[in-house]
Design a protein around this ligand. Structure first.
Ligand SMILES: *[C@@H]1O[C@H](CO)[C@@H](O)[C@H](O)[C@H]1NC(C)=O
Length: 212
């Protein structure tokens, strides 16, 4: 094993070790956020506050006495768990609060067309049921959190047209259901692993994973 291989995560042993570390990190994150996550309604209120809900450009009933499952852009299953949040084009500004990680059963999270100037918080990785994540043209900066590789059911990760930097984590190769990861490529993203290839100018398509 060469040092370069080690650094690039190109050996099986290294990858497994790295994944274990990531799972431990996410478990610690969950413990740390335990105090922060109370009810899903509280978490939605935290999102409203952090993204300047008063300035949202879409008519909505957030913070009203209506059940939070009926708030604009929120859907729950019939047991009352939030399964979808779509705040695309709501005019979000500000930042994404850690409470974004407080929806254990959410499958769909869309935060497109915003002006947030924020990083993707690591707490996103606590959304262990998430399948569809879109945060395009949202003003994002910073790295793609490597802990995303622990999001077991993630299928489509779309984050084009932001100012993200760094690389696509090599561990995305180990995500069982991941089908597509789309990011803005401005020369700072580099191909890091053999199973990732560029399709078009700004699309990385994960070819080797099985779709269900
Ligand atoms: C709602 O989601 C929760 C978590 O996945 C699940 O336990 C519950 O059975 C679901 N309810 C219905 C009616 O599907």
């Amino acid at each position: 094993m060469t040092v370069m291989e080690l650094l690039e995560g190109n050996t099986g042993a290294f990858r497994n070790h790295r994944m274990k570390l990531l799972f431990v990190a996410v478990a610690l994150l969950a413990v740390a956020l335990g105090q922060t996550c109370t009810t899903e309604r509280d978490a939605l209120e935290a999102i409203y506050d952090a993204t300047n809900g008063l300035d949202w450009t879409v008519a909505n009933n957030w913070l009203s006495n209506d059940p939070h499952c009926e708030w604009t852009g929120v859907s729950c299953n019939s047991s009352g768990w939030v399964v979808l949040i779509d705040l695309s084009s709501f005019g979000l500004t500000g930042s994404i609060p850690d409470e974004i990680g407080c929806f254990p059963f959410i499958k769909t999270l869309y935060l497109n067309d915003a002006d947030m100037n924020t990083a993707i918080p690591d707490s996103i990785c606590l959304l262990q049921a998430l399948k569809y994540f879109q945060i395009q043209d949202a003003g994002l900066v910073g790295d793609i959190p490597e802990c995303m590789c622990t999001m077991e059911y993630m299928q489509y990760f779309y984050a084009t047209n932001n100012q993200l930097q760094g690389t696509i984590p090599a561990c995305v190769n180990q995500m069982t259901y991941l089908r597509e990861i789309h990011v803005y490529v401005d020369g700072r993203f580099r191909k890091r692993c053999e199973d990732v290839f560029i399709r078009g100018s700004n699309v990385y398509y994960i070819a080797s994973n099985q779709a269900t």
